[in-house]
Design a protein around this ligand. Structure first.
Ligand code: PEP
Ligand code: MG
Length: 327
């Protein structure tokens, strides 16, 4: 099997009927860059930047962040790197930021991700400056976590423009043009307002991990309700369907980067919905590529439209299983 997967590395991610799919890597640490290129990732669909802030008592300054991100981008040798701004809070904690998160009874519903960044503009400005400077090394996109409204996107774009102008004025080496600014679709409210977000965001990245959690009210880390965490719940499918349609209709790039994207069982659903970019942990890439290559995208589209008419999770699972056994 290892040999077959190695051969797969050189083959394109293309369905039997010629639909090209971009398979990208999710990265959490600098040392994963080598793994991503080794498995043939065509880009980075999600670079989580939490590592820069974790396991330390102070905050990383602009220089340090610029240096680390630049090195990662250089390692990716011209592949586009989607850098997500800080997504701390909820289940992801950093001691250096504990004071800013405050004490929340429900951390997942409290000051988290973009909410923290907008509350602490200096933190956001430092990070955006480092990202723009690292953009001198290779193509980048900027992704915002836990967006729930267009207002948050606008507020962040304002900060980005301010930082961009300041660096330009000082003639600092940075990205040649303003990078695309996209939003995570990982909260039901964002998925349901995807039409409005698509008018102002440059791209979407669907985060199924949080989308499932917030849709079904299941804590990602809570053992006792883990069995209720169902990616095939019809509500989850409908939200993804609505958001993907809105993004594609507006001509925006739409990727999926939650755990579902790295599970070949679900590949037909995403291809069937029209998604052409999937981002996953490097280890999952070969198996998803193999699934794409055995898939007929027209059949996948028929499957997705059949599933969109179902309202029962068990029926959805059954239809998908039968499809997966056939092709
Ligand atoms: C997600 O929520 O699906 C996602 C990709 O982001 P994270 O797992 O980092 O919250
Ligand atoms: Mg998330």
């Amino acid at each position: 099997e290892a040999k077959a997967l190695a051969r797969l590395r050189r083959l394109p991610a293309e369905t039997r009927d010629g639909t090209r799919v971009q398979l990208q890597a999710n990265l959490e640490l600098p040392r994963e860059v080598g793994q991503a290129t080794a498995v043939g990732a065509e880009g980075v669909g999600l670079l989580r930047t939490e590592f820069l802030y974790m396991n330390r008592d102070d905050l990383p300054d602009e220089e340090e962040q610029t240096e680390i991100l630049s090195e990662m981008i250089a390692g990716l040798a011209g592949r586009t790197v989607t850098i997500r701004t800080l997504d701390i809070g909820g289940e992801k904690l950093a001691s250096s930021l504990g004071d800013h998160l405050g004490a929340c009874a429900n951390p997942a519903l409290g000051v988290r991700a973009i909410r923290l960044s907008l509350r602490k503009p200096d933190l956001l400005e430092t990070q955006l400056a480092a990202i723009l400077r690292a953009g001198a090394v290779g193509p980048i996109r900027i992704l915002l976590p836990l967006i729930t409204s267009v207002e948050e996107l606008r507020a962040t774009r304002d900060v980005l423009l301010r930082v961009w102008r300041r660096l330009k004025r000082r003639k600092v080496r940075m990205a040649k043009s303003l990078p695309p600014l996209g939003v995570m679709i990982e909260v039901p409210g964002a998925a349901l307002s995807a039409d409005a977000l698509a008018r102002e965001a440059d791209f979407f990245a669907v985060g199924t991990n949080d989308l499932i959690m917030y849709t079904l009210a299941i804590d990602r880390g809570e053992e006792q309700v883990a069995h209720l965490y169902n990616p095939l719940h019809p509500a989850v499918f409908r939200l993804i369907h609505f958001a993907v349609d809105a993004g594609l209709r507006a001509g925006k790039s739409v990727s999926v980067c939650g755990e579902m994207a790295g599970d070949p069982r679900y590949t037909p659903l995403f291809i069937g919905l029209g998604v052409r970019e999937l981002s996953m942990g490097p280890k999952a890439l070969a198996r998803v590529k193999d699934r794409v290559r055995r898939l007929d995208s027209a059949a996948a589209a028929r499957l997705a439209s059949e599933i969109s008419m179902l309202s029962d999770a068990a029926e959805i699972a059954q239809l998908l299983d039968i499809f997966n056994e056939k092709q």
